[in-house]
Write a protein that binds this ligand. Structure first.
Ligand code: FAD
Length: 454
C-alpha cells in the first residue's frame, strides 16, 4: 500500500511525487508515455528554444544599430530541433534521476481509478491512501471540414524543418500569439482569425492592444470575430459576424488545448467537472471524492507549468497530513514573444467588475534608461490597485524581460505588500526593474519621472 499514487509524470505530477516523498510518503508515479509531460517534451521547453532562436535572429538583424557589421545567414532549422531535443532529453533524464533519488517508484502504463485509492495500471491494481490525478492536457482537434489536410499542430511545428510560407492561427491564447510572433520572425505570412474581439482575451486590454500592435508591425494580419468554418485545399473560409472572408494559407496551426479528464474512472467516484472540461477541485486541490486530488492542466483554467507544480505541492502536502491551500489569485502568466509579456492578478476590467475602486499606475519603457540604451523601448508596466486599501490587484507588463520582472509582482502579492510599500523600494540603475517601481510610484501618486498628473 502506497501513501500516494500520482497519475501523470508532467511538471505537476513530478513535483507532487517528490514533495510527498520529502514528507516521508511511500510514493508511486504512473506515466503512460515519457516522463516530462507536455512541458518538457512538447510545450514550454521546446517552444522556448524556438522563441530564443527567433529572438536571437531579431537581435542579430538589429546588430548594425550598435555598430556590428554582421552578415546574418539563414536559420538552420535542423540545428534548432537538435538543440530542443537535447535540452528536453537532459531535463527528462534529470527528472527520472531525481525521482529515483527521492525513492519514488516509477510505474510505466496508463492509470485509471477503479475505486477511491485503487488505480488500475494496464490490468495491475495498485492501492494508496490518496491519489493525485495529474494527467495534463492534449491538443484540441480541429473539427473544421477539410482542415485535416493542411493542419500543423504545435507538436509538428516544434519539429519543423522550414517555416511554412503562410499560416492561419485561430487560437487567441498565449500559445497562438507566441507561434504568430515566431513564424513572422521566420518570414511566414501570418493571419490570425480570432473568435472574439482581441488576442489574449483573459489579459488586461492594454496588454492585448500592445501585443496586437506589435504583431501588426511585423505584418501579422489580425481578423477579430472570425471563425474558420471550412477549408478547401489551401483556401480557408472564415465567417464573421456579418460577412465571410477567405484566406489562402499553406498551414492551419492547431495549438488550443483541452484537459485530459475523461476515461480516468472519475465520473463513477462522483468527481465533478468544470465548464472547460477540467476536473473541479477545492482550494486544497481535492476533488468531490475524498482522498482523490487533481492538479495542473487536467483541472483546466490557466494551463501553465508552474501552476501544475504549485498545485502538485499543495495536493502532496494535504495527502501527507498538512493543511495546504493553492492561491489561484497569484498565478503569474508570461509570453516569450518579441516583446515579452508578464502578468499577474486581475486586469483593470476584472478589478472594476469585482467592485473595486481602481487606481491605475503606469510607466513606459520608452523613458527607462536601460530600455533606451538597448533600443528596447517597446513596452510598459501597468499596476492595478485598490484605491481605498492600496492592495495590489494586478500587474501587467509588456516589454523586454517581462517574464522575469513579473516575479517582483508575484513576490509582492504573495507577501501582501501594498502599493505604497512597493513604491518606496528602489532597484539597481540602469535596469528594467526600475520601470516596475516607477509604475508603483505612479499608482501611489508620485511618479518622479512622468509629467505631473492633471
Ligand atoms: C507549445 C506549448 C508551449 C507552452 N509553453 C508554456 C510556457 O512557456 N510556460 C508554461 O507555464 N506553460 C507552457 N505550456 C503549458 C504547459 O506545458 C502545461 O501547463 C504543463 O505541461 C502542465 O503540466 P501537467 O503536469 O498538468 O500536465 P502534462 O505536462 O500534460 O503531463 C501530463 C502527463 O500525464 C500523462 N498521462 C495522461 N494520462 C495518463 C494516464 N491515464 N496514465 C498515466 N499517465 C497519463 C501524460 O503522458 C503526460 O506525461 C505550453 C504548452 C504548449 C503545448
Amino acid at each position: 500500500m502506497y501513501d500516494v499514487i500520482v497519475i501523470g509524470g508532467g511538471p505537476g505530477g513530478y513535483a507532487a511525487a517528490i514533495r510527498a516523498s520529502q514528507l516521508k510518503g511511500k510514493v508511486a508515479i504512473v506515466e503512460a508515455k515519457a516522463m516530462g509531460g507536455t512541458c518538457v517534451l512538447r510545450g514550454c521547453i521546446p517552444s522556448k528554444v524556438w522563441m530564443h532562436a527567433g529572438a536571437l535572429l531579431e537581435t542579430a538583424r538589429k546588430a548594425g544599430d550598435f555598430g556590428l557589421k554582421l552578415t546574418v545567414g539563414e536559420l538552420d532549422f535542423d540545428a534548432v530541433v537538435a538543440r530542443k531535443k537535447g535540452v528536453s532529453n537532459d531535463i527528462a533524464m534529470g527528472m527520472a534521476a531525481l525521482l529515483q533519488n527521492n525513492g519514488v517508484e516509477v510505474v510505466n502504463g496508463r492509470g485509471r481509478l477503479v475505486a477511491p485509492g485503487k488505480v488500475d495500471v494496464d490490468g495491475n491494481v495498485l492501492e494508496a491512501k490518496s491519489v493525485i490525478v495529474a494527467t495534463g492536457s492534449q491538443l484540441k482537434k480541429c473539427e473544421v471540414p477539410g482542415a485535416d489536410a493542411i493542419v500543423m499542430t504545435t507538436d509538428q511545428l516544434l519539429e519543423m524543418d522550414a517555416a511554412p510560407a503562410s499560416v492561419l492561427i485561430t487560437d487567441p491564447s498565449y500559445i497562438g500569439v507566441e507561434m504568430a510572433m515566431l513564424l513572422s520572425v521566420f518570414g511566414s505570412k501570418v493571419t490570425m482569425a480570432l473568435p472574439g474581439p482581441r488576442i489574449l482575451p483573459d489579459e488586461d486590454q492594454d496588454t492585448s492592444q500592445r501585443l496586437a500592435q506589435s504583431l501588426r508591425e511585423r505584418g501579422v494580419k489580425i481578423m477579430a470575430r472570425y471563425a474558420l468554418v471550412k477549408v478547401d485545399g489551401k483556401k480557408c473560409i472564415l465567417k464573421g459576424s456579418s460577412k465571410e472572408a477567405e484566406v489562402e494559407v499553406e498551414r492551419v496551426i492547431v495549438s488550443a488545448r483541452m484537459p485530459v479528464a475523461k476515461d480516468l474512472g472519475l465520473e463513477a467516484l462522483g468527481v465533478k467537472f468544470k465548464e472547460d472540461g477540467g476536473i473541479d477541485v477545492d482550494a486544497r486541490c481535492m476533488t468531490a471524492c475524498p482522498g482523490v486530488y487533481a492538479i495542473g492542466d487536467c483541472t483546466g483554467g490557466w494551463m501553465l507549468s508552474h501552476v501544475a507544480s504549485a498545485m502538485g505541492i499543495c495536493a502532496a502536502e494535504n495527502c501527507m497530513g498538512k493543511k495546504s491551500t493553492f492561491n489561484a489569485g497569484i498565478v503569474s502568466r508570461a509570453l516569450w514573444g518579441m516583446p515579452e509579456m508578464g502578468s499577474i492578478g486581475l486586469s483593470e476590467e476584472q478589478a472594476e467588475r469585482g467592485g473595486h475602486e481602481v487606481e491605475i499606475g503606469g510607466f513606459p519603457y520608452s523613458i527607462n534608461g536601460l530600455a533606451m540604451l538597448r533600443g528596447e523601448v517597446d513596452g510598459a508596466v501597468k499596476v492595478v490597485a485598490d484605491a481605498d486599501t492600496g492592495e495590489i490587484l494586478g500587474v501587467h507588463i509588456v516589454g523586454a524581460q517581462a517574464s522575469e520582472l513579473i516575479g517582483e509582482a508575484a513576490l509582492a502579492m504573495q507577501l501582501e505588500c501594498t502599493v505604497e510599500e512597493f513604491a518606496k523600494g528602489f532597484r539597481v540603475h540602469p535596469s528594467f526593474s526600475e520601470t516596475v517601481v516607477d509604475g508603483f510610484r505612479d499608482a501611489d501618486g508620485w511618479a518622479l519621472y512622468l509629467p505631473k498628473r492633471g
